[in-house]
Design a protein around this ligand. Structure first.
Ligand SMILES: O=C(O)CCC(=O)C(=O)O
Ligand SMILES: [Fe+2]
Length: 277
């Protein structure tokens, strides 16, 4: 049985990327300080309580998924801005884009009785149009509960990021991201994976934060999930990462839709929206 490598969170970017390039994934141990873990859990609790189960097998009929985490939780903003993860993502995606952006923020709570999610590659959110050589994203799942074999730890097929897209995994090629709470699973958009089956008595809670190339359409619409009136409270760096910035020279400009007498006509950068007059 293959096993995912676990590295200390203090490992160098190069050492972590070496494992990610080989296996398509890597676990970092003790990546979240206990204080942050407690704050994220406390922030998410009321939202998770209100969240309905998914409507189909892919989202999981015994799984709660709850997004807009940047708007909803200050502590999740810290997770999104984790220095190590941003450095890894920027380095990993640099060959394909000058900029990165937040793609999705989602708490995933798998309840007892949930079955295995269908195996997939997250990159197929954009269809199969992009050449295989272009990596679309780097993704994280922060473990808020322990991730165990029994409670649905993410299933993953190490090395499958470079397989032919048609090849299917044999049972002996599959492993699970078993990790204690406070760890983070990092994986590429090309590696085969899925949520696991929960045959335990407890819930499996993770926070899935993903980052993608600056020129792709974000899966979670950040301008609706984190609208300007919320974005104005964010740090400049986080706001840019959410998408209130140019993805490239020509990407993401806007024009002011106000009546002519109230505005200067022209085109603006999203960053202009938050400048003090
Ligand atoms: O919950 C998990 O472990 C993985 C979920 C997943 O891969 C997805 O929803 O795309
Ligand atoms: Fe996935």
């Amino acid at each position: 049985m293959p096993k995912l490598e676990t590295l200390p969170a203090s490992s160098s970017t190069d050492a972590i990327l070496e494992v990610i390039r080989k296996d398509g994934a890597c676990i970092l141990a003790d990546a979240m300080k206990p204080k942050l873990h407690a704050e994220v859990s406390k922030d998410l609790d009321p939202f998770i309580l209100q969240t309905k189960f998914g409507k189909d097998d892919f989202s999981g009929t015994k799984t709660q998924r709850c997004g807009a985490l940047i708007a909803r939780s200050e502590s999740c903003r810290e997770l999104v801005m984790d220095k190590k993860i941003l450095e890894l993502t920027r380095t990993f995606l640099r060959p394909f884009s000058k900029k990165i952006q937040v793609n999705t923020t989602q708490a995933i709570n798998i309840h007892p009785g949930e079955g295995e999610q269908l195996f997939h590659r997250d990159r197929f959110a954009w269809g199969k149009f992009l050449p295989k050589e272009i990596e679309t994203q780097l993704s994280t799942i922060w473990a808020l509960s322990d991730f165990t074999e029994e409670n649905g730890a993410t299933r993953l097929v190490p090395g499958s990021q470079s397989w032919d897209w048609k090849r299917e995994a044999k049972p002996e090629e599959i492993c699970q991201a078993v990790m204690p709470a406070g760890s983070v699973l990092i994986f590429t958009g090309s590696v085969i994976h899925s949520g696991g089956r929960n045959y335990s008595q407890g819930q499996r809670l993770g926070v899935n934060i993903t980052y993608c190339l600056g020129w792709l359409r974000q899966e979670e619409n950040q301008y609706l999930s984190c609208p300007p009136e919320v974005a104005k409270e964010l740090s400049d760096d986080l706001r840019k990462l959410v998408g209130y910035s140019h993805g490239d020279y020509a990407l993401g400009y806007y024009s002011d839709p106000s009546p002519l007498e109230e505005i200067g006509a022209g085109i603006f950068s999203p960053e202009d929206l938050f400048k003090q007059p």
